[in-house]
Design a protein around this ligand. Structure first.
Ligand code: PEP
Ligand code: MN
Length: 280
């Protein structure tokens, strides 16, 4: 159990006991996360084509997102489901970054891709299924890239912070935690969003934490209330799946919002953000 009094934490570099101020992460001298401004990441679960990605990217940018998500190596439960476009998908992400100015966030699955991702990707995502892939974490710790570390499907907060410690212990302090729901006995939602993880992480750690309401719920209409709850509870940002034609999406369509819905979500999140002293 995580020691909320922070007396003898097993994580050291991730602990607020030894680092009182919130971590601020920058890319090219521009703050990514760690100040008043929320980090808003949006985009499809999977990159499917250039046409799909550019259309979504333009819309989410207009709504206020500064980061574009899109998986190209997909950790699918079944080997018969769409596995992602791979390196071709990465080229599409780069082209859309060039054309929109949005920074790109994408998931790494293999240590073999670290050099390429270090060169080409702005924020490297470690998915839930790889949260305890210690080899991958250690190698990412040798880079200086911001690492978006998703909480494991069934991981405790202490295990999650110890996973962050693996990255930090190799010399990379730029870890962003992402609460994306955990497995519970509830089956109505895909996972259960652990809202208490937000204040808990804030208390024991100086690392920023964002919330993924898409994978947490698996339900499109639930993204807005969960986004508002996350920001109200102190989250430093959101990562939301947006698709221009969710019913035809190659992955996670049921939880993807349309660009119009995303506009509204951001408008309403702004109201909550202002109430808690944050901005979008
Ligand atoms: C994703 O972001 O598309 C994803 C696979 O997330 P997670 O690792 O949280 O399941
Ligand atoms: Mn997804």
């Amino acid at each position: 159990m995580v020691n909320i009094e922070n007396e003898n934490p097993r994580y050291i570099k991730a602990s607020r006991k030894f680092h009182k101020d919130n971590t601020v992460i920058k890319i090219d001298n521009e703050t990514v996360i760690g100040d008043k401004d929320l980090m808003i990441i949006a985009g499809p679960c999977s990159v499917e084509s250039y046409e799909q990605l550019i259309e979504i990217a333009k819309r989410v940018k207009k709504a206020g997102a500064k980061y574009l998500r899109g998986g190209v190596f997909k950790p699918r439960t079944s080997p018969y489901e769409f596995q992602g476009l791979g390196y071709e998908g990465l080229e599409i992400l780069k082209r859309v970054r060039e054309e929109t100015g949005l920074k790109i966030v994408t998931e790494i699955m293999s240590v073999d891709d670290i050099e390429l991702f270090e060169k080409e990707v702005d924020v490297i995502q470690v998915g839930s299924r790889n949260m305890q892939n210690f080899d991958l974490l250690k190698r990412l710790g040798k880079t200086k890239k911001p690492i978006l570390l998703k909480r494991g499907l069934a991981s405790t907060i202490e295990e999650w912070l110890l996973a962050a410690e693996y990255i930090m212990n190799e010399g990379n302090p730029n870890v962003i935690l992402c609460e994306r729901g955990i497995r519970t006995y509830e089956t109505t939602t895909r996972n259960t969003l652990d809202i208490s993880a937000i204040p808990l992480v804030k208390k024991v750690s100086h690392l920023p934490i964002i919330v993924d309401p898409s994978h947490a719920s698996g339900i499109r209409w639930m993204i807005e209330p969960l986004s508002k709850a996350a920001v109200a509870a102190g989250a430093d940002g959101l990562i939301i799946e947006v698709h221009n034609n969710p019913d035809k999406a190659l992955s996670d369509g049921a939880q993807s919002v349309t660009p119009d819905m995303f506009d509204n979500i951001i408008k309403n999140v702004k109201i909550i953000a202002t109430a808690v002293g944050r901005s979008v």
